[in-house]
Design a protein. Structure first.
Lengths: 319, 296
């Protein structure tokens, strides 16, 4: 029964009662209704064509040809670009760095965000002031977030440097963003600062919208404290936490502005995340063929990495 | 029986639509000191970097290098310099492109979002695919879209940038609107249909009025995304009079001698519009983010 599967899929993301009901009383749509519906989705389909299908065809063609920025699709070269990209250590390092960065940042944001959401929920009240303050980091333009954290990490009079000097006089300077090991952590910290509030908001809302009756029932049955949290609260918000992790992971895979502003991929290539490498190949080296190839490889990595998490989200929702 | 449950649930959903203050805090446990301490700490963590930027914006280059954290004699020159620079024009450009793009995005996205949520036109494939462009870095689409704009003759214009913003956010807007549309009790739409409204009238006279808060919420989120966007703006606005504010700020970073104070003042000037909107429309923003992104 195909409608049933559809319904189940919908039930995963929505209050189940609305779609079920609409199913039960649904009659076959009239012709004019169907015409309207097609008209209504036409812009969305058009956007998908322009934003997804067209770039995909463009990129696939560019990956299979020798292409420069001004003059794409010069000559068919088959899998040559793929061989070059897959054997290039710069590409391998970038994809590894990007994946590690995304997981690290997403894990840190989710852990900190969940902890803060729980604290908000347990503390007396989370008024408008607290919520507004928590909104601020994520609405600052990423370029400005980059500038701001560059100031903080600046070795000449930056906030971090000044504080370290004040508490441990005579220590050397700390130039985090010009250190091949630490620069990526500097970028990651800025990223975590910017997007953790989103996790806080999502998890906090999920905590508030738990069914109080279930909690009360568990309390009547004698559950309390950590038990209540572990067996009642946590399972109820687990789906939201995993979903927040997924959103955060995808945002971290896309990081570009912060790297562009804070380190320009350097020092060396120590912060050259995939989006930055693609940008550099296409718009500094003008090799659109290779840039397109790296893009396809990144697409494969992101898909492979996100599908299991997506499935977990769905499973948690269905239960 | 099921019908009663449906209506009460729908009523509940409607009444909890806003992130209202009077929502009872369902946590019956006593507030803990550890929790309050953690909240305080996270507030400090969120605010200190921003306050540091504010502090720098009132310092001279010498004061910054000396490692002073709070300026004793505030230097207002930085703000004056920022005001007499292309920054205000950039803020204006950003606001135009952000608002124009958001309005167009909503116009494109709303009919599609409603049809997909309510009638599943396009089936599972469409609702599954709709978010796919959001998954990859926008860099993916930049060269193809640049080529497209060149064909349309819209490169290096604010109109071209607005059009691109309108397009790139349609998937996110559909995704966010979906959660709100599902909260409208289906009975309302069915009543409209029984009264003889066709689908167009249903959408414009029944659905849209009920979705006004949702449209504000999603519109504000999309507008902020546009305002903050950097990558497309660098490529699509090359001339000074069309550059948006993130592009101008990134440009200031590549100047040979960097004036930290002026950079900080300019950054804050760019942030003022978004912060004002965030404070005024805080509820809508939070509701949009929470309802849309994770459907309960």
């Amino acid at each position: 029964m195909s409608t049933d599967t559809l319904q189940r899929a919908e039930a995963a993301v929505a209050p189940p009662e609305a779609p079920e009901k609409s199913q039960t009383f649904r009659r076959r749509p009239r012709i004019s209704e169907r015409f309207h519906h097609r008209l209504f989705i036409a812009p969305s389909v058009l956007v998908l064509l322009v934003l997804a299908a067209y770039p995909l065809v463009f990129i696939a063609s560019a990956a299979l040809t020798q292409s420069s920025l001004g003059n794409p699709f010069q000559e068919f070269v088959g899998t040559e670009n793929f061989q070059t990209a897959l054997t290039s250590s710069a590409v391998q390092n970038s994809l590894t760095l990007g994946t590690g960065y995304a997981f690290g940042v997403a894990a840190a944001s989710t852990a900190l965000g969940t902890a803060t959401a729980l604290a908000l929920w347990r503390s007396l009240r989370a008024g408008a002031f607290v919520r507004t303050v928590l909104l601020l980091p994520m609405i600052v333009p990423p370029v400005i977030v980059g500038i701001l954290w560059s100031f903080i990490f600046s070795p000449s009079g930056g906030l971090l440097d000044t504080l370290i000097r004040r508490f441990t006089p005579g220590s050397g300077t700390y130039a985090i963003l010009s250190d091949t090991t630490w620069a990526i952590f500097g970028v990651a910290l800025a990223d975590v600062w910017e997007w953790t509030p989103l996790v806080v908001l999502l998890v906090f809302t999920a905590l508030l919208s738990q069914d109080p009756e279930i909690t009360e029932a568990a309390q009547l049955d004698g559950a309390s404290g950590f038990q209540l949290f572990r067996h009642i609260t946590l399972p109820m918000v687990a789906g939201t936490i995993v979903a927040a992790f997924l959103i955060r992971l995808i945002l971290a895979f896309k990081v570009f502005d912060l790297v562009y502003v804070m380190t320009s991929g350097g020092p060396g290539s120590s912060t050259q995340v995939p989006a930055y490498l693609i940008w550099r190949s296409a718009l500094q080296n003008f090799d659109v063929g290779i840039a397109a190839t790296i893009t396809l490889l990144l697409a494969v990595v992101v898909t492979v990495v996100t599908i299991p998490i997506f499935l977990i989200t769905k499973r948690l929702r269905d239960d | 029986m099921t019908s009663t449950i449906n209506t009460t649930n729908a009523a509940k959903a409607l009444s909890s639509r806003r992130f209202r203050k009077e929502i009872p805090q369902p946590c019956q446990q006593k507030p803990s000191l550890l929790a309050s301490g953690w909240v305080l700490l996270s507030l400090v963590a969120a605010l200190v970097p921003l306050l540091y930027l504010l502090s720098i914006s009132f310092m001279t280059q010498g004061q910054i290098a000396a490692g002073i954290l709070l300026p004793t004699e505030p230097a207002f020159r930085n703000w004056a310099n920022a005001w007499h620079s292309p920054i205000p024009q950039g803020v204006l450009n950003s606001l135009i492109a952000a608002a124009g793009g958001a309005i167009l995005t909503l116009t494109f996205a709303l009919p599609g979002a409603w049809t997909i949520a309510r009638h599943r036109t396009g089936g599972k494939a469409l609702s599954g695919l709709i978010l796919s462009p959001w998954l990859l870095p926008p860099i993916v689409a930049i060269i193809p879209l640049l080529t497209l704009l060149r064909i349309l003759g819209l490169t290096n214009t604010l109109e071209g940038l607005t059009l691109i913003y309108a397009l790139i956010n349609v998937p996110v807007a559909i995704w966010l609107l979906d959660g709100f549309i599902r909260r409208i009790p289906i009975e309302v739409e069915e009543a409209g249909r029984i009264d003889g409204a066709n689908e167009w009238q249903l959408l414009t006279r029944v659905v849209v009025p009920m979705l006004i808060p949702a449209l504000i919420a999603v519109g504000v989120i999309v507008a902020i995304l546009n305002y903050n966007e950097f990558l497309f703006a660098t490529f699509l606005t090359q001339s000074q009079d069309t550059q948006t504010v993130p592009v101008l700020l990134a440009g200031m970073l590549s100047e040979r001698v960097q004036d930290f104070g002026r950079l900080a003042a300019s950054s804050l000037m760019a942030v003022i519009p978004v912060f004002t909107i965030a404070v005024l429309l805080q509820r809508y923003l939070i509701e949009g983010l929470t309802t849309g992104a994770v459907k309960q």
